[in-house]
Design a protein around this ligand. Structure first.
Ligand code: MG
Length: 383
């Protein structure tokens, strides 16, 4: 029985992970939970799964959570320290890192240093601190298992050959809701339109990232560290049906892909039960009912893809700046203060003003992250 800590349990991935945990009774046990600020849901999850320990990120909610769990014997922690304690602590062999944004970095790194199995759903960890995470994982023996559907697909396809036989990783992208929109139509995009993804049900931040294609940009950077492969060997292919989750092209020209319905429960389960595959009760892909299409991405209409690759090629703190500027820009788009087409413009301007710090440490990452957030606000307010 594998013990699992679910960090970000009240978010979209966290909730689906608990659904998977429910049917994996006997395989895994949820021994720790951490949530952001949704205290009702977090308390309900704790009462259902009876973990040893629960943490809430919002410190001001500590007393209320403690009160809600009175008599359960569940230990209650709060703040980033509390979540980091859970990540590194003895209650779990595996940590599902599903906290959204840079807030997930410290706890995830703590779990890496503790040598655990990391089921990684937080993109920012590898985008901003890929080199640090790889070094620490090599030291501690931590196993990083992808939960992102594309990376899980590549991970599965890589079983078909040896590492030196890999020519390219091919990340598929749905292209989002605006794939067929003309450039002038993109200028009128509303928040509502950006939040309606054709295939996947996800949290708001990643849904907007899918619409701008920054999500795929971040995934290129994630793949670069996860699979230790140069950016030049990572390609993006538009596949509107989201059935082929990604592919690997080998040196002999063989292309191996992983197919399935767009359902995060499969990659979550595969990470939970790694290296085993277990039977699932969910609907299956019916290939005879499907037509699959593919096309090249258009970085003119969707410049975020180009910006992410450029930031990755620069290296150092550039990916951190890209990520932070994007987070701020997306938040402002969601609150109606920034136009959809201005998201990449703002990010490009912030990146251009950044003085690269080549030495990637936690200190330079957090410094660059803070700087980029401030700079993004300055750029948006034309200061
Ligand atoms: Mg993905």
């Amino acid at each position: 029985m594998r013990t699992v800590a679910v960090l970000g349990s009240t978010g979209s991935i966290g909730r689906q992970a608990l659904e998977v945990a429910e049917i994996l009774t006997g395989e895994i046990k949820v021994t720790a939970l951490a949530g952001g600020r949704n205290i009702e849901l977090l308390a309900a999850q704790a009462k259902k799964f009876h973990p040893n320990v629960v943490a809430i990120a919002a410190k001001e909610q500590y007393q209320a959570l403690k009160l809600a769990l009175t008599g359960t014997g569940i230990k209650v922690l709060a703040g980033e320290e509390g979540i980091t304690e859970i990540a590194a602590g003895p209650d779990s062999q595996m940590v599902l890192a599903a906290i959204v944004g840079i807030a997930g970095l410290k706890p995830t790194l703590a779990a890496v240093k503790a040598g655990k199995y990391i089921a990684l759903a937080n993109k920012e960890t590898l985008v901003t601190a890929g080199s640090v995470v790889r070094q620490e994982a090599a030291k501690s023996g931590a196993d990083i298992l992808p939960v992102d559907s594309e990376h899980s697909a590549i991970w599965q396809c890589l079983r078909a050959g040896r590492r030196e036989e890999v020519e390219n990783l091919i990340l598929t992208a749905s292209g989002g809701p605006f794939r067929t929109w003309a450039a002038h139509e993109l200028m009128q995009v509303t928040v509502q339109e950006a939040l309606s993804h054709p295939n996947w049900k996800m949290g708001p931040k990643i849904t907007v990232d899918s619409a701008t294609m920054m999500n795929k940009g971040l995934e290129i950077l994630e793949a670069r560290w996860l699979f230790d492969i140069p950016l030049a060997q990572i390609q993006v292919l538009i596949h509107p049906e989201s059935v082929v989750h990604s592919l690997v092209e080998f040196v002999d020209g063989a292309i191996i892909g992983q197919l399935g319905l767009p359902d995060m429960r499969l990659p979550i389960q595969l990470a939970f039960t790694y290296p085993a595959r277990l039977k699932t009760p969910w609907p299956r892909l019916q290939l005879a009912e499907r037509t699959l299409t593919f096309e090249e991405p258009d970085t003119k209409r969707f410049p975020c893809l180009r910006l992410a690759r450029e930031a990755g090629e620069k290296g150092g703190t550039a990916p951190t700046v890209l990520n932070a500027a994007n987070e701020v820009a997306v938040t402002n788009f969601l609150s109606g203060q920034l136009a959809f087409v201005d998201i990449p413009k703002v990010i490009e301007e912030v990146l251009a003003a950044h003085e690269l710090m080549g030495d990637v440490t936690l200190e330079t990452i957090f410094f660059a992250d803070e700087w980029a957030r401030d700079q993004t606000r300055r750029v948006m307010h034309k200061e």
